[in-house]
Write a protein that binds this ligand. Structure first.
Ligand SMILES: [Zn+2]
Length: 59
C-alpha cells in the first residue's frame, strides 16, 4: 500500500508546499511558514487537513 503524503500549502502566501503530512497524522500542530513568516495552525481530522493562520490578537 502506498501512503502518499498530504501536501499542505500556506493559506497566507503562495507557498504550495509548506509542509508534508503523513496520512496517519492526527491532531494539531503549528508550523511557521519560511516564506511569509506567519505561524500556521494545521489540524487533521478524518484525513482532512485544515490550515489557517494563527492570529495572535492584540487585546
Ligand atoms: Zn506563507
Amino acid at each position: 500500500m502506498n501512503q502518499k503524503a498530504i501536501h499542505v500549502g500556506c493559506p497566507c502566501c503562495n507557498n504550495k508546499r509548506l509542509f508534508d503530512l503523513s496520512p496517519d497524522t492526527k491532531g494539531e500542530m503549528e508550523i511557521k511558514c519560511p516564506r511569509c513568516g506567519k505561524v500556521i495552525s494545521i489540524s487533521v481530522q478524518n484525513e482532512e487537513v485544515h490550515a489557517e493562520q494563527l492570529t495572535l490578537k492584540a487585546k
